[in-house]
Design a protein around this ligand. Sequence first.
Ligand code: IPM
Ligand code: MN
Length: 726
Amino acid sequence: MKKILVLPGDGIGRDVCDAALPVFDLLQLPVELHFGDIGWECWRRGGDPVPEETWRQIERSDAVLLGAITSKGKLEAEQELIPELQGKGLKYVSPVIQLRQRLELFANVRPARHLTGARKPFHCVVIRENTEGLYAGMDRKGIPASMSDWVRHPNIDRSGPDEAAISVRLQTRFGLERLFRYAFDYARDNGLDRVTFADKPNVLRDSGQFAADIFHAIAAGYPGIGADIQNVDAVALWLVRRPESFGVIVAENMYGDILSDLAAGVMGGLGVAPSANVGNRVCYFEPVHGSAPAMAGKDKANPAAMFLSIALLLRHLGFDEAAARIDAAVSQTIRAGRALTYDLGGNAGTAEMARAILQALRRPQALKRASILCIGDELLNGSVVNSNAAEIGKRLSAAGYAVGLQLSSPDQLPAIRAALDQCLGQSDLVVVNGGLGPTSDDLTRDGVAAALGLPLHFDAGSMAHIEQRLTGFGLAVNPQNRRQAMFPEGAAILPNANGTAPGFALDWQDRRILVLPGPPRECLPMLDASLPPAPARQDAPVRRWLLLGVIEADIADAVETCLRDAGQEAAVSYLWRYPHVEVSIRHDDDGEPAWLDAVETLLRPHLVSRDGASAVSQLASALAGRAWLLDSGITGADLGGLLPAPAAGDADPVRIRIDASRELAPPWQGVLSLSCQIDNGGQRNSYRLDVPHRGAEVADYVREFFAWSLLRSLNEAYSHTESEPA
Ligand code: IPM
Ligand code: MN
């Protein structure tokens, strides 16, 4: 049984602990949680933010999970002490610094992983020296006389030694060796092939050379891992522009502090950045974010960084599988984009996002995401309707992919590259379409190769095929056609049975990219032939109701009241497609949802179907083989055309009479009252509906109302109440 000491601390540290700790119950690991005090109140009341009792608890535990801790400036810290403690010369030392120093947590590990968004996937880690450097504690105002022969500067003479301050950046062979060794071990154990030491050797020349020599000596022991030293400012630049080019970035304490916030920003903000403080004894784990007092208790903070910090802690304790499940659940939740806090662009609170992460843990989805990138100026200026986007979207959905993004790009290299980066950032599969022609404005192959950093190679076999096809049609082979036989290195060539340009498929990281020509006759069969199968979808069950005769806003209000009353989580969406409103409710919990009865009772009077089928489309089968007589008091609406040919010789036909309160003609205002009476042998039903007389499209309403009335009269299903999930 492993003992985990939880120190929620201050501010949002408590919020994110409350939200994320249930993950331990869910995972059922052999761990026990203990709780302790740390932070601002301990300082105010006891004069030390880390009380002695907490130190004892830490010593007894296998790992520490920290929420967040408030730190304030020197003066403020003293003023907030209780009166009995004031004036005693107590000094506030940040608890995290105390923990790092006293427990000798020499490495601060801050992974930055791409979670979602408009950039290529990346995985890098800032490993920060955590006990010395500029944080070694040698920071003072006034320069003592004993140092004056070394600490010299013309401005010291101008200000005087008392009006100057110095901070020492301490680096020791002992400290650097263990740090670098840890960094290389980490790279090796986590499949990262590069360790970059971010320093400033072009200015801090002696300390820089000292550290560089140690770095190279340690690197020599890891021949499989690239090792380089870069100026820290350049690392900052490239971390923003190309985070995917880094593996481990190792740095002195202060540089690492700054770079790790930068890396967090690149991955989506402090709300998603976890950290591990590692040494040879008890280690502690915390989100990189602070206590954000202004946000505390407001159900606003993003719990993801806390979940990810728990994953780091569990990995440290050897629970690798549980850690991987948490990582995957956080990614899944962020990619799903539904329950996200404000910092990720959503409107969910801490608790709601945490519940979504826990739910993703319970119900992991092997969902494959796809995006579609169509390339060509003609698609953007409207001269060609982009039917490929719709058609490819349909086929991908049918094959089990969740299509999350469709982009159109002009024939411009930077635009193509940026669009592809965006697709790669959020999809397992990217289907690129168009721009594979022979002319100079066909830039897709160049854009794809450049975005992935791959050279283009000529393929003689494809060229022979192109020549054969052209000469077969009596056409000249142009030097330009050579372009169509160029492919990014490593691409699998996709033959094109109906045109000149072959396509190609690339596997890049764990993504697959299909690049197809633009003409639908060419690309669609190629897509069918090359689409990798997606695993069966395991979406949470969704119930759907296609409704007639309701106003979207009214029904939404009523549905949400039902859900609120039932007090159960469910995601509702509404689609208004004249004349219908479709309500879909996804419920994430297993079993019969508590709101179901109330929602059913509410929607049943307006129900047309549970699978999106209109009444008109269901009519033929409902009336098949029946004899009928239609008597329509509505001019201009061809309702008879909806009905199948009447069966001959039925002595007892269904008699249908439909009327409208006014002509289907302008002025388009006021209300159109529809009524329909059906005599079906012994049974007589009549239906009414008032709809806005809003325009010529009311004819659609009339047809659907007519069909719906007939269905309700003829079809037993409408009088039953039970429901099945769609
Ligand atoms: C961090 C924080 C701390 C640091 C502060 C709170 C002392 O910014 O963990 O990065 O500078 O190390
Ligand atoms: Mn920091």
